[in-house]
Design a protein around this ligand. Structure first.
Ligand SMILES: Cc1cc2nc3c(=O)[nH]c(=O)nc-3n(C[C@H](O)[C@H](O)[C@H](O)COP(=O)(O)OP(=O)(O)OC[C@H]3O[C@@H](n4cnc5c(N)ncnc54)[C@H](O)[C@@H]3O)c2cc1C
Length: 333
């Protein structure tokens, strides 16, 4: 008989891991304390192959997307809800270097390259032009509310904080997002949390566009999500006026955008890590305690594949990829 697996935290990481383990016939219970500043609650859900100012395609992008499609195809069949959507994203080049990098990169995710005047026709001000790329949008808020309902119906969802005395004989997987820094067993790992703000605005502009700061129209509404910002200090400050102004200023590449009303302004904290890789693994002494964390700004891309690797570790003791395994930090202070 397998032991009960307790998942602490029902953000995107905890929820995807829970369903991955349930799909492998494990006995799972999820604890979620509804703490403020959770990342998943504000995530834009953008999955973009070309990341950062260098427009690098991460090495693991294809396996990550295969894992996402495998995971969400199954859930979508069961729920009849489309959580993972294919989109086109206009990646506005901020410099000639970005344009050169785009021209040299793999054709796999490119749809088209557009000139300055073609950009203008699409309402974009960019002297370096832009690239249209294949991308995806994961509706993570809708997924976690669906998951919460499903797990509650199966009596597998408890609204509570983790209490070590209650779950002594279980496997415990901590999926606490940036709150891992308060976890007595894993707090010394090199986390690097970063706050980010997002705005919901009235917008009739219908293209997904980004120059690093993105504008993502919402389906069937004249609203869009725009963001985001990065702040490593005072990460629990909540949404700030400074971040709001920064987002609006960076979107001036969309000159026709009429901001109308700002309908909502929220912030959350990304559970980043110093080497920008997730942190997965088993506690070196307390062998039934595990961590599944550190997904930073790419959780929507990487969590499904990592959940499969984490499940294999817990059930079959299969080693993790070394760049994700927490053992890479053991012995370092
Ligand atoms: C502004 C912003 C925009 C983003 N946009 C994107 C994007 O476009 N694409 C992308 O891929 N990623 C994006 N991200 C990152 C993405 O949101 C995260 O990678 C992902 O959501 C992390 O999920 P998580 O489950 O690890 O953490 P969280 O979502 O923070 O979840 C942790 C959960 O654990 C609970 N918890 C913590 N401690 C305990 C405890 N002791 N007991 C019980 N419950 C506990 C908390 O209440 C919380 O619900 C964005 C993040 C931010 C902040």
């Amino acid at each position: 008989m397998s032991k009960k697996i307790v998942i602490v935290g029902h953000g995107l990481a905890g929820s995807v891991l829970a369903h991955t383990l349930l799909g492998l016939n494990q006995d799972v219970v999820v604890l979620e304390a509804d703490l403020p500043h959770a990342a998943t609650q504000v995530s834009a859900g953008l999955i973009n192959p070309f990341i950062g100012p260098k427009l690098n395609i991460p090495e693991d992008f294809l396996p990550c997307m295969r894992a996402n499609e495998r995971f969400f195809d199954k859930i979508e069949l069961k729920s009849s809800i489309n959580f993972l959507e294919k989109i086109q994203l206009i990646r506005v080049f901020q410099s000639q270097e970005q344009k050169n990098k785009w021209n040299k990169s793999s054709e796999l995710f490119k749809i088209n390259t557009i000139t300055q005047s073609e950009c203008l026709e699409m309402g974009i001000d960019s002297k370096n032009g832009a690239g249209i790329t294949r991308a995806w949008k994961l509706n993570s808020q809708e997924f976690i509310s669906y998951s919460r309902q499903l797990l509650s119906d199966q009596k597998r969802y408890n609204t509570e904080l983790f209490d070590a005395t209650k779950w002594q004989h279980c496997e415990v997987v901590f999926c606490e997002g940036f709150r891992a820094k308060l976890n007595p067993w894993f707090k010394d790992l090199p986390f690097s949390p970063a706050q980010g703000d997002v705005l919901r605005i009235q917008s009739n502009y219908r293209f997904n566009a980004s120059n690093g700061t993105w504008h993502l129209p919402e389906n069937q509404s004249s609203q869009a999500i725009i963001g985001s910002t990065w702040k490593h200090e005072d990460v629990e400050s909540g949404a700030t006026l400074c971040a709001r102004n920064e987002i609006l200023e960076k979107l001036t590449f969309l000159p026709d955008l009429k901001y109308g009303e700002i309908l909502d302004h929220q912030s959350g904290v990304r559970s980043g890590t110093q080497d920008r890789q997730p942190i997965l693994g088993t506690h070196p002494v307390i062998k039934n305690y595990h961590i599944f964390n550190g997904f930073g700004s790419r959780g929507c891309t990487t969590i499904a594949l990592s959940a499969r690797e984490m499940a294999d570790l817990i059930i079959r003791n299969t080693p993790l990829p070394i760049h994700k395994d927490m053992v890479r930090f053991l012995g370092k202070s």
